[in-house]
Unconditional design. Sequence first.
Length: 227
Amino acid sequence: MSKRSKLFLKGMRRKTKIAYLLVVGVLVALTIRVVYINVANGKEYSEAVVLQMDYNSTDIPYERGEILDRNGNVLANSEKTYSLILEPVNILITEKGKAATRAAVLEYFDVSGDDFDKHIANEDSYYEVVLKDLPYTKVKAFEDYCKTDEGADVIGVRFETVYKRNYPNGSLACHLLGYTASGNVGQGGIEGYYNDYLNGVDGKTYRYMSGLGGVDSETVAARMVRQ
């Protein structure tokens, strides 16, 4: 091999080595930058991502604060009830699932066959409210059934929590207490005067497609305005 060829090969090896070191250096710098961003701003980025998640989100209602007398007796509180929600998109995946779900809903709730069929008519819907103000006993009976072998094929049914304002003493001192209008807005009396202290902010559960093709979720909890 000529001297000129040897010098050429030596120069090429040096250039290749320099290029390799540059690539490694860039990768190391990028890795350090990613780690720094994740540590320094991870929470902010996470919250930003959550705010953009629109896929099949579910509200988590807050519980309005109680009103007590000076002896600790409850004058006003929030009673937890449930709404029955159907997801036609999931129910209609198979005839077997549709039949099992229809039979179970008709058995455990005051829903007719015509009502059920009407609520699943929109094949693209993930959200159809069928019943409101259900007690937990009804919900639990249905959920227990779905855990059995017989109810294993039930699909596309879920429940949303809804808080309903309750006054244990009925109309007693109603002028002093006031009342709440739609949206948990206090009107008159203590309910109105202390509305900002009794109210809260709804939370939300966001369901979204993960990178692996599954469904992941993020939850922002409901909270009181005044803590």
